[in-house]
Design a protein around this ligand. Structure first.
Ligand SMILES: [Zn+2]
Length: 436
């Protein structure tokens, strides 16, 4: 299958948008927006939405198992003793994310087993290793800067003839990182090598994805940021050396993840990705044919919700820097869910007495389920209506096979209670006529 160009991320367990509706309706909604790839975010490997996966694949949509590299939002599946794997951050963190040390051999072994087990159980088309970076922006002053665990310290000392890593707390310490540029440079190198080694192990090591599932394409995520030298910045701050990852790990594709200082901006121009061109060049310098994609955040915060128009301009800007594929976090966070009124985008006869309407978004089941909202010309009696997410099935009196019917839909609303943020009122389709 060619590398899918129009992708989107979904987490079927996030919020209410995907609940109380069929997997078919979720897949059909993504299909009518012409997505051909879905990165399904799995926060808990023991809870994969198989029906949604199957419904997407039935529509020829490529589905990637998308797993976090540097930790977990959900510790449910972690085995006894996992606490030993935790990264040591510069300050204790309590932000709902459990960071796990890329240098811990038990974490690596477990992660490889987990990935292999999920890929054995579910028919995914590919794998995305999302966020394998070392934390955190803007660098050593960040409270979450890591990893300063004993294992990382001793590995550093082994590599550099007994030297101790820089000090990151005490400014008066002789090894304080700002005072010791050579030592700090070694530390930056150490983090970058550790990060590359971690990915190399997950993909190419014993029990890695290439050994257990050699046919599945693996995409590795690298952070991207609008900085004077983004290649150097993500290497220094996050230990992500895009050229070395390309050279040593040989992923099937690289996804550039828009870093939060960029995506949080309310008025971010959709061509902001032009600032990421040096990262594209650095990757292609070692792998000229490397498939690449850019991930944009389209609404994690109220001020950064993006419209379809913005998304189309973003895709165009990606093509202009030589990146053919895009993905979006997360489908139901986009501005269109808050701004676009419902609209029927497909109307088909499923049988002599069934009409299927596919809408652009999830509907309010009450208004969409009322017979008075639908009028056929020539007249046709509606016996029953089923509303399922963005799908409406009208069970009618028998239709004439050769006759065309005009169906007028009026006053059908969407469902604000299913939105991520309940800050905007329902939107209503005032009147639309379709031919069936
Ligand atoms: Zn560590």
């Amino acid at each position: 299958m060619p590398f899918p160009a129009r992708c989107v991320q979904i987490d079927p367990f996030l919020g209410r948008y995907y609940t109380n509706r069929s997997a078919e309706s979720i897949a059909e909604e993504l299909a009518v927006h012409r997505f051909n790839g879905v990165q399904m975010i799995i926060t808990r490997d023991s809870r994969v939405h198989r029906e949604v996966l199957n419904a997407l694949r039935k529509r020829k949509i490529h589905v990637d198992y998308t797993t976090f590299g540097n930790g977990a939002y959900d510790t449910h599946d972690l085995p006894d003793g996992w606490q030993e794997w935790r990264m040591v951050t510069r300050q204790p963190m309590n932000d709902g994310y459990t960071r796990l040390c890329l240098n811990h051999p038990e974490y690596r072994r477990w992660k490889k087993r987990q990935i292999a087990a999920v890929l054995r159980q579910y028919p995914f088309d590919g794998v995305h290793i999302m966020e394998p970076f070392w934390p955190e922006y803007p660098g050593p002053t960040a409270p979450a800067y890591a990893c300063l665990c004993e294992r990382c310290r001793s590995l550093f000392a082994q590599r550099y003839q007994g030297e101790q890593p820089p000090e990151f707390h005490d400014e008066s310490h002789p090894r304080f990182w700002r005072k010791q540029p050579e030592l700090y440079a070694k530390w930056v190198e150490f983090r970058a090598q550790s990060h590359t080694d971690f990915l190399n192990d997950l993909l190419n090591g014993a029990g890695g994805i290439r050994k257990t599932h050699p046919r599945l394409p693996v995409t590795v995520w690298i952070l991207a940021i609008d900085a004077p030298d983004p290649v150097r910045f993500v290497r220094e701050v996050h230990g992500q050396d895009i050229a070395e990852v390309g050279r040593q790990v040989r992923p099937d594709a690289v996804c550039l993840q828009t870093h939060w200082p960029d995506w949080i901006q309310a008025n971010l121009a959709p061509d902001y990705v032009r600032a990421y061109q040096p990262l594209v060049q650095a990757a292609r310098a070692v792998r000229p044919d490397l498939p690449m994609m850019v991930q944009a955040d389209i609404g994690s915060q109220p001020q950064n919700r993006r419209s379809w128009q913005w998304i189309e301009a973003f895709r165009e800007a990606c093509r202009s820097i030589g990146v053919q594929s895009t993905t979006l976090y997360e489908y139901m966070l986009g501005m269109y869910i808050y701004d676009d009124p419902p609209k029927a985008v497909k109307a088909t006869r499923e049988s002599r007495n069934t009409v299927l309407l596919v809408f652009n978004k999830r509907l309010d089941a009450q208004s969409a389920g009322e017979k008075g909202r639908y009028t056929f010309v020539p007249s046709l009696e509606i016996n029953r209506i089923e509303v399922d997410g963005n799908l409406v099935r009208l069970y009618t009196a028998p239709m004439h096979a050769r006759r065309r019917y005009r169906l007028t839909i009026q006053n059908v609303s969407d469902d604000p209670s299913a939105r991520w943020l309940p800050d905007t009122p329902a939107l209503t389709l005032s009147k639309q006529t379709v031919t069936i």
